[in-house]
Design a protein around this ligand. Structure first.
Ligand SMILES: [Cu+2]
Length: 336
């Protein structure tokens, strides 16, 4: 799958990079911002500010064993997990508040705070759903201009850190720790680097971002989430001066958990994959379709709204995990 992704990505980039226009890349058009699920896609001009709000909702349902559908009974037979203690469905809602400010044309600063709402139901009908909510990890980054080419292309470096503000001590009513997937943060300081490529022609634009999340240490509960690699590629068509449509392919790969939470007993690990470090992380390739709307006139000039729907093309999870169904992201942005 990785090979197909890279081939598609290469062909796509090759075709699109030949599209260009006179003059520099500009944010002042609907597709001047990437699809709303992409973070740090654009920079600002010196002195500009931007505020944003995104709402993301992710739905997961059904069980995967690697890349194949499976059942709780089969997972029990193969791994010995208690069928009742396997997950059935999960909804993850995220409210993301962001701010951007350009100190110069070369450097834009960005900060983002998240509020999470997670709910997971289990296979055992008598088991109460698990619910967690609260502040997630805070992300601070600098976007640094690397090159601007006079035919609508540019490249920038994203260098970010993730501050462990999200709680990793979320517990169930009986006082035992919640599974890894229900915690609100990583508990570690993470390095979040990326490279972003952008290009524009009169009516089209494209972008690519390749980056990752590197955990710098173990957290105080004795583990670290897996390192993560992510690559996205998108193209957009400007239909009017205010409206653009986009298509995106995204591939992410996250390692299993390194170490183990100090509150997880051998029995918990053997009964439920949610507590088992080897059953975390995996590969996900998804397709995203989006709309960007850029208000031009009246009192709403400078405001943008956007929506994007993403669905998996292929999934290969580590061990037994829930299958991702769809992700919706809605956003509002205002720059001045
Ligand atoms: Cu911005």
């Amino acid at each position: 799958m990785k090979k197909i992704f890279l081939n598609t990505a290469f062909t796509f980039l090759f075709t699109l990079s030949s599209l260009a226009h006179d003059g520099n890349w500009t944010a002042s058009r609907p597709d001047g911002h990437g699809p709303i699920s992409v973070m740090g896609d654009h920079m600002h001009e010196m002195g500009e500010w931007m505020l944003s709000y995104r709402y993301m909702t992710m739905k997961m349902e059904g069980l995967l064993d690697g890349s194949s559908d499976t059942t709780a009974m089969a997972a029990n037979a193969k791994y010995g997990f208690n069928a009742m203690m396997l997950p059935k469905e999960m909804t993850m809602d995220m409210h993301m508040f962001g701010a951007m400010h350009a100190l110069s044309d070369q450097l834009t600063l960005m900060g983002m705070a998240n509020y999470l709402d997670n709910e997971m139901t289990m296979q055992g009908a008598a088991m109460a759903p698990m619910v967690t909510s609260g502040l997630g990890d805070l992300k601070l980054s600098g976007l640094y201009d690397l090159a601007r080419i006079d035919d609508g292309r540019r490249i920038h470096l994203n260098l970010g850190i993730s501050v462990p503000t999200g709680d990793i001590d979320e517990k169930k009513a009986d006082g035992s720790i919640m599974p890894y997937g229900m915690q609100l943060g990583s508990g570690t300081w993470d390095l979040v680097p990326a490279l972003t490529f952008l290009g524009q022609s009169e009516d089209y634009s494209w972008g690519a971002q390749i980056g990752g999340t590197l955990r710098l240490d173990d957290n105080d509960r004795g583990y670290s989430l897996g390192n993560r690699f992510e690559a996205s590629l998108w193209g957009a068509a400007k239909l009017t001066d205010s409206l653009s449509v986009s298509a995106k392919i995204d591939h992410s790969s996250q390692d299993e958990v390194d170490g183990q939470d100090k509150g997880v007993t051998m029995m918990m690990r053997n009964m439920s994959p949610g507590y088992n470090s080897a059953h975390q992380g995996g590969d996900l390739t998804s397709l995203g379709l989006g709309l960007n709307y850029y208000f031009q006139n009246d009192g709403l000039a400078g405001h943008r709204v956007a929506a994007e729907w993403e669905a998996p093309i292929s999934q290969d999870v580590n061990g037994i995990q829930l299958e991702t169904d769809s992700i919706w992201t809605f956003g509002w942005q205002y720059a001045w």
